[in-house]
Design a protein around this ligand. Structure first.
Ligand SMILES: [Fe+2]
Length: 169
């Protein structure tokens, strides 16, 4: 079976889904899990499908961290669990840029499971062409349990971000 997923034929994604919910709602994604390095049942799953145009950012464009716990909506870095992993998988460009400990930066490789932690700073980059893009993030369930707010895991919409300096209406 081909490893390629027809992203335009998928749901918009899932939001904080358990592995079983991911398997039920987006079964085509399961073929990517053959080389997932850990037990997928131990992770909470986010998937986003985008139809991108040039200049659109499919994820947050400023430097940031993922899944920093918040108390009364204020980030609490003392609750970070750096020993617990997250994994990022992208179907292709635009690729997420990560900051290395020495301050240099790197772009992650597409179509592979990229391990990172809550202390790894990163930012989204803009698309330069038209196309479909699939994003998958697996977060260890000790960092983020699935459906903890009781929400429906089927994603209804995927936002994009724009560089306001280049945008006109
Ligand atoms: Fe992020």
């Amino acid at each position: 079976m081909s490893q390629e997923i027809e992203w335009e034929k998928q749901h918009c994604g899932v939001h904080q889904a358990s592995f079983l919910q991911l398997a039920e709602l987006m079964p085509d994604v399961l073929k990517l899990l053959k080389d997932f390095p850990e037990n997928p049942l131990d992770f909470t799953w986010d998937v986003k499908v985008h139809m991108l145009m040039p200049g659109q950012f499919p994820c947050v464009p400023n430097w940031h961290y993922d899944n920093i716990p918040r108390v009364n909506n204020v980030k609490d870095f003392s609750r970070v669990q750096q020993d617990k992993p997250m994994y990022l998988w992208l179907s292709g460009a635009p690729l997420t840029e990560f900051r290395n400990p020495d301050g240099t930066t790197r772009f992650i490789s597409p179509k592979t499971w990229n391990r990172f932690t809550q202390k790894d700073e990163h930012r989204g980059t803009a698309s330069v062409e038209f196309g479909w893009r699939g994003f998958i993030r697996a977060t260890h369930k000790d960092i983020l349990p699935a459906n903890h707010a009781g929400t429906d895991p089927l994603r209804r919409h995927s936002q994009v971000y724009l560089d306001a300096n280049n945008f006109s209406w």
